[in-house]
Design a protein around this ligand. Structure first.
Ligand SMILES: [Zn+2]
Length: 511
């Protein structure tokens, strides 16, 4: 990855938060590496080295700064644009955790040789995969030391070090302090209840949090998810442990404040990675906007709503079920059905705040009599087929290494067409270029006469067509609101209808 030092230099001198995590600054002499927003006095340009990742700075012998805490930066944008393999490898490391070794296995899953993977990492990230994983382990351990009261022995395991001895040695080598000394520096005063963890997850501003909630709110499955004025919360289940998390925006710190309640601290890394993906925290907003602003109509919307992200999902299976439910009906209708499915087939869950159930697992839905909750038989069968395909291991939502292969398999299920597949790619796989071009709301927004016409226009938006979709839905929503204000008496059209991904191409086959 080539860094433009002039851009880096400007961002560093102005402490520009939009560039936070896009590069790191090694300071010769002090031997530390910093984020561009570091409050420490700015070093002279000649004493500064720029690195595209924290791992590259660490490889060059720099230590993480204790003031700006590189472990809290929003991270390297997940989409590097130039190497799909590297993006997938990073996603796999994020999903499968931080266990030591396993680089051979990682390469195998990606279908390439370990030497080739190493070369790709060095070219794009400036460090080999093992160093990238080690930096992630260290950063996550540091975050747990600073932000939780977990005993060090548990942090050692939760951050993938395997044993306390190795954890102590790595922390001491990197930070030149013991874990206990670091915790004392953090001076955390609030005591959290047991099994509850509070994290600050940074993003690069701007972040349109209200836009995110406005999208999630009408789609929140009753009993499983809840959205209020400033926050989103939902029930979660991982490794047999049930819990929930709540996220709200801390605009002052360019961060989401996240509270996780779970009895298994070893899942924390995966939970945090999933939340980061769900709220699209790694997005490099400045880059995306610059690309999309070439289209006048998009530009106007981008200026009206800067920082809109692509909402991801907590669980790919659940999202796909939701997408199937949403075929050809309003969002409101799909949400009601999803709520009934959760109530009838999901495990009851004892937590306050309106959360009553876990979303049902593929095992339960594989044979569920879904017509009971009012689902058309064809759609019920599509959901059961999806669930069975997941149970058989033919498709898996975890550790997806090749989106194309995954989407081809998904589309083989009768009743899943290209709209559903693109919608799943956008929200479950985090594909920034996914584009459900047949969507009625997208077509309406720009007055396109066909998906072909829209696709042509969208060529210029690559590789960010998923973000363009969010803006087009926003345009369509406003158009509908305006129309419904003009015709107050017309109650036939639900205001959110036009903003919804209404499927055009997803009619179950054979009809
Ligand atoms: Zn610093």
């Amino acid at each position: 990855m080539n860094l433009d030092w002039r851009v880096c230099s400007r961002a560093r001198l102005s402490r520009d938060a939009r560039f936070d995590g896009k590069f790191f600054i090694g300071v010769v002499g002090s031997g530390v590496y910093c984020r561009c927003i570091c409050p420490a006095p700015t070093a002279k340009e000649k004493n500064v080295r720029y690195f595209s990742t924290a791992a590259a700075a660490a490889e060059a012998g720099f230590r993480p700064c204790l003031r700006c805490r590189p472990e809290c930066s929003p991270g390297t944008p997940a989409w590097l644009g130039t190497s799909n393999t590297v993006s997938r490898a990073l996603r796999l490391i994020g999903e499968t955790g931080l266990g030591e070794g396993g680089m051979e296995e990682l390469a195998e899953r990606l279908g390439i040789g370990a030497r080739h993977l190493r070369r790709l990492f060095i070219r794009h990230l400036g460090a080999p995969p093992s160093a990238v994983a080690q930096t992630r382990r260290l950063h996550f351990a540091k975050k747990l030391i600073d932000e939780t009261r977990l005993p060090m022995s548990e942090i050692a395991l939760a951050s993938g070090f395997g044993c306390v001895r190795r954890f102590n040695a790595a922390i001491r080598k990197t930070y030149q302090r013991t874990p206990t000394q670091i915790r004392r520096l953090a001076r955390r005063t609030t005591v959290q209840p047991e099994n509850e963890y509070v994290f600050q997850l940074r993003f690069r501003p701007p972040y349109h949090w209200r836009g995110m909630l406005a999208f999630l709110e009408p789609r929140a499955t009753p009993g499983v998810e809840a959205v209020d004025l400033n926050s989103y919360r939902r029930s979660i289940s991982l490794n047999g442990h049930h819990g929930y998390f709540e996220a709200s925006c801390d605009e002052q710190h360019d961060a989401l404040a996240v509270r996780v309640q779970i009895g298994d601290p070893y899942s924390l890394y995966r939970i945090i990675e999933r939340i980061r993906a769900m709220f699209d925290l790694n997005a490099d907003w400045a880059d995306i906007a610059e690309n999309l602003e070439g289209d006048g109509e998009l530009a106007a919307r981008i200026h009206a709503e800067p920082g809109l992200r692509v909402p991801g999902s907590w669980d790919g299976f659940e999202l796909t079920v939701r997408a199937i439910l949403g075929q050809q009906i309003t969002v409101k209708g799909a949400t009601v059905l999803a709520g009934r499915i959760a109530q009838s087939f999901g495990q009851p869950f004892a937590a306050a705040n309106g959360l009553t159930h876990l979303f049902p697992t593929p095992e339960v839905l594989a044979d569920a009599r879904l017509a009971r909750v009012g689902l058309p038989e064809k759609r019920a069968e599509t959901i059961r087929r999806l669930a069975r395909t997941v149970c058989d291991g033919q498709i898996s939502f975890e550790g997806i290494t090749d989106s194309d292969v995954f989407l081809t398999r998904l589309s083989e299920i009768p009743g899943i067409g290209s709209w559903t597949a693109q919608y799943v790619a956008m929200r479950a796989l985090g594909e920034p270029d996914a584009f459900p071009s047949g969507d009625l709301g997208l077509l309406r927004a720009l007055g396109s006469r066909s998906s072909w016409e829209l696709e042509n226009r969208a060529e210029a938006w690559r590789p960010w067509r998923a973000y363009a979709s969010m803006y087009l839905w926003s345009i369509a929503k406003e158009q509908t609101l305006r129309k419904s204000k003009l015709r107050v008496s017309d109650n036939n059209v639900a205001p959110e209808l036009a903003s919804q991904p209404v499927p055009m191409l997803d009619q179950p086959r054979g009809t």
